[in-house]
Write a protein that binds this ligand. Sequence first.
Ligand SMILES: Cc1ncc(COP(=O)(O)O)c(C=O)c1O
Length: 584
Amino acid sequence: MGKFAQLSGKQKFLAGVVCSLVIVTVLDPLLRFFRLTGLLGALEADGIISPWLNAMVVINTLISVSILLKFLLPNWEPHRKWLGGLLVASFAGIPLTFMSIFPTLRDVFAENRPLSTGSIWFLVIIAFVSLVGLLISPQFHLLRGIIRKKDTEFTAGLISAIMFVIMLIIFVRQIFLAFLSSLSGIELTAVAPTEPLISMFHSLGYAIVLIYWPVLSRPILQNKKEKTFMQITFERNTAPKQKPQDQSKLGFGNYFTDHMFMLNYDEGQGWHSPRIVPYGPISLDPAAMCLHYGQEVFEGMKAYYGADGKIRLFRPAENMARLNLSNERLCIPQLDEGFALHAIEELVKVEKDWIPTEDGTSLYIRPYIFAIDPFLGVRPATQYIFAIILSPVGAYYPEGLNPVKIYVEQECVRAVRGGTGYAKAGGNYAGTLKAQKAANAMGYAQALWLDGIERKYIEEVGAMNVFFVLEDEIVTPALQGSILSGITRKSCIELLRTKGYTVTERPIAIDEIIQASKAGKLKEAFGSGTAVVVSPIGALRCGEDELIINNGATGAITQALYDELTGIQWGKIADGYNWTKVIA
Ligand SMILES: Cc1ncc(COP(=O)(O)O)c(C=O)c1O
């Protein structure tokens, strides 16, 4: 599965098609053998064996396999492409399935011959499986795409629909001829004239499958969408800064590029005046509300300069969705997520020479929104600024991928359910500084937070979500409203599940981790976040207990996750998950 997961979506899709053709080739002789040896006796006796039966059974086997796999695979997303190929190939045969049954059934009914219960069940199951296959197939999804005129799905859906209509016409024609035959007693559905036609359409079906993916992957309506965005004005910085020379000494958050993006909000007018301007101080009224009541939210993401010279963002739409989630919690007006992402892309393109190229470096992107009404009094503001600044960065911790030491904070708490813990609001971080400062003073990199009510359950660390590798399970705290839903966390869970690990999102008591460590069951621990990617935890201090994890070394699972995630982000390995967005 490891190598397979690294194939591109297109390769997976074709693999699915090839796989279905191989199954057809293998199953066909097998079915002939069963027929000859009389193992399909009940069907044979009822006359439900036709030249098309083999194809029909094979096609339905493919559909059943695809359906089963869809439900059995713990994480469906990475397999979507190749199962899509399998399903599309299967779908091409559904109308044929019905055509294959129909003539034999007609014979059965014409002769007034009762079917055995076995045969009836056989037909009912096939009809059911075909229907379910049709409903969950990409075509169904794509047909909806036509109706909604949704982006890339439109052309592919249209082609599928045309194909479906062609198949339907053949099917209806077959029924009509059969109906006329039974009325007139003249054989109008002779196999000879129709069979080549059917074969032709069957081949057409497979051909369409083969051209399907390139069409699907072309974003045909995207440009139209972009035209509706507000025009971003650009004022070039005439005094650009000297870029940091030594990329190995970038650190995190020390340098800023030459330009920034700004967008204003005024009640009644909405978001307006998007502009890219020279990076510099922002003038604020001393009464600006963000300075007094902390109505501010932000995001953190990165642009990566790839091994192939392309610039990529990693799951940027997720950051935009989370920004709006934070906005909702902090009573800040919603942003157009598509436009916000467009603004990020435009700014990164302007500053593309600032993206560091050395291993482990990237351009950190900080979108943020703050209230600017000159007003004293607690209420939601009516004026805001949405800004984006960029910072070339190296490793977040001086330790790099070396394990960090974490201090379990038992006095202060970061958030409670019902609070703002799940939002990325600046205020959340101000409250963590005291514990972080104390942890730093004791030689620990970060504080690990426990739940605000019982001080018992693990929440998260500084700017990271946490994972613990126990003997037969990888655990991470469930998202219950007080911790940030990390995009790296989500990606780690998906990657680990694809590799076959059991990942459980649940409440984890700190005592459970201490006991697991004492029993030798705590194999690895790591944090996940945009800034660090994954960061191994080598030691965990909780009261008097100092847990040394994996002898203070980076564990194999942590290392593999780091390699795969950074491989995808820097374009070193194929992105089989469609997580990256190439912007230049
Ligand atoms: C409090 C907190 N938890 C978790 C994370 C990790 O989130 P993500 O993986 O989206 O960067 C961050 C990241 O900035 C954070 O600030």
